[in-house]
Design a protein around this ligand. Structure first.
Ligand code: BES
Ligand code: MN
Ligand code: ZN
Length: 496
């Protein structure tokens, strides 16, 4: 979908959106259309429920005096509430309204609105961004869908003062929208299409953006001593992979920021097999890796002035004659041994080696891992907040703040020795699950911390937020690409 910014001239035909503020207050373009149509817009507002609240839309088709125009009233709410998310949601509402009526082109008159923090150029860019991410759907396998069910909007033109500045502002965020869509595709693809080697191939595409991409197969991982990661993949017919993506956008030779992702392309649970109901959801058990890949895509796409490395451990967790057994003891790259009491607690095994490798090779400023790690975090936080664990308060604050800005919410959870102790095993340095029933997301985080070698670290347990059955405006249902916008914002606000 194409988003364009042009001068503030009023078109005389086609689909045209104008903004209405809380209380039904018309902006200047809306006023002028109201006048030319002898009050058709004010009458429409009076006649129904629409009163300019954020998210509301109302079509007024071909009013007398303007019969070549289909006018969309777009509710913007109160001027002071016009922050990034309000504007993105307004953009999403625009896209939905255009699709509902089958328009391929839509023009928005972006009038100046006094109040609110953002400049008009940024407002325009954020509206465009919202429309752009709202347009996405995963429909590549719907071969029989009737035309009228498909989204139609292809061109959004935003007419305004300072279109040049808006174009510039949009060019710094459009690459993030592209990255979000890239991730949503990866996460939505089923396990027969996306498995470790094909996901690694997708990572390779980032080299077109200037990212240095290395793919390592099982032989290499074995020589590195990654027994924990390899144990998870050993039951699969697909070869496990570790992918390293480097973006060096800083002129200084600064230590990189490191992002690490859990990429279990399908999680059956292994020999500790999951119940069949809902198992199909485990195609998105690579959501952490998807977020890391997307974040690297975004940083490179907008040429962020930062050095960053993304490391994703890609495995398929299958039960088979070669699969790892409950009770197996594996040796991780760190040298620590792990008794695998439950083969379904596999994400932490993958991350153990990916984290250790990352700090060992790159000596990063800090490490942030993302993983659909535990059902327990869903019990704790539902599908609203992702779980945030950190060994470093500054990192935790920066991540939570970035999440607030882009509406990818994080709630900090505790780490403590008393949880760590629950990982003790009589047979190895640790077990991969805790002895007790409770606090399963916390003990998983404690497990990870043992592989950070005291490098400042944060862990995002995104099991509850990587997928949205209903969707969350401006995003439609399905993969949320949770983490892509958050990490981009986190870097933008603190490290450039
Ligand atoms: N991938 C799952 C966690 C998960 C569950 C993500 C539901 C999204 C939705 C993870 O590998 C897992 O199976 N975790 C187990 C750990 C347990 C065996 C200690 C869990 O949470 O049940
Ligand atoms: Mn599992
Ligand atoms: Zn898993």
């Amino acid at each position: 979908m194409k988003i364009a910014f042009a001068d503030a001239r009023l078109p005389s035909k086609g689909a045209l959106a104008v903004m209405v503020l809380e209380g039904g207050k018309l902006t200047s373009s809306a006023k002028s259309l109201d006048k030319s149509s002898d009050g058709a817009l004010s009458r429409a507002i009076k006649a129904g429920r629409f009163d300019g609240k954020a998210g509301q839309t109302l079509w007024v088709f071909a009013p007398a005096g303007l019969d070549k125009l289909s006018i969309l009233l777009l509710g913007m709410g109160a001027p002071k509430s016009l922050d990034i998310m309000a504007l993105r949601k307004a953009g999403g509402a625009l896209a939905r309204a255009a699709n509902a009526e089958g328009f391929a082109e839509l023009t928005l008159m972006l009038d100046a609105i006094a109040g609110g923090k953002l400049e008009i150029a940024d407002r325009a860019a954020e509206i465009g961004y919202g429309a752009r991410v709202a347009r996405y759907r995963f429909d590549r396998y719907l071969t029989k869908e009737p035309q009228e069910k498909k989204p139609t909007l292809e061109h959004l033109s935003i007419h305004m003062k300072s279109a040049v500045a808006a174009r510039r502002a949009f060019s710094s965020i459009e690459p993030v929208a592209e990255a979000v869509d890239f991730t949503r595709n990866l996460v939505s693809e089923p396990g027969n299409v996306i498995y470790p080697e094909t996901l690694a191939k997708e990572c390779k595409k980032l080299s077109e953006l200037g990212v240095d991409v290395e793919v390592m197969g099982e032989k290499r991982l074995a020589s590195l001593g990654m027994g924990a990661l390899l144990g998870v993949g050993q039951g699969s017919a697909r070869e496990s992979q570790l992918v390293v993506m480097q973006w060096n956008g800083s002129t200084k030779s600064a230590q990189p920021l490191a992002f690490i992702g859990k990429g279990v392309t399908f999680d059956t649970g292994g020999i500790s097999i999951k119940p069949s109901a809902g198992m199909q959801d485990m195609k998105w058990d690579m959501g952490g890796a998807g977020a890391v890949i997307g974040a690297m895509h975004a940083l490179a796409g907008r040429k962020a002035k930062v050095n960053a490395v993304g490391v994703v451990g890609l495995v398929e967790n299958m039960p088979s004659g070669t699969a790892q057994r409950p009770g197996d003891i594996v040796r991780s790259m760190s040298g620590q041994t792990i008794e695998v009491l439950n083969t379904d607690a596999e994400g932490r095994l993958v991350l153990a080696d990916a984290l250790w490798y990352t700090q060992d090779r790159f000596k990063p400023q800090f490490m942030i891992d993302l993983a659909t790690l535990t059902g327990a975090i869903m019990v704790a936080l539902g599908q609203v907040y992702g779980g945030l664990y950190a060994s470093d308060d500054k990192l935790a604050k920066q991540l939570a703040a970035a999440g607030e800005t882009v509406d990818e919410l994080l709630w900090r959870m505790p780490l403590a020795d008393a949880y760590d102790k629950q990982l003790e095993s009589p047979a190895a340095d640790m077990a991969n699950i805790s002895a007790g029933r409770w606090g399963g997301s916390i003990t998983a985080a404690q497990f990870l911390q043992r592989f950070t070698n005291d490098v400042p670290w944060a862990h995002l347990d995104i099991a509850g937020v990587a997928w949205s059955e209903k969707g969350k405006a401006p995003m439609a249902k399905g993969s949320t690409a949770f983490g892509v916008q958050l990490l981009d914002r986190f870097v933008r606000d603190n490290y450039e």
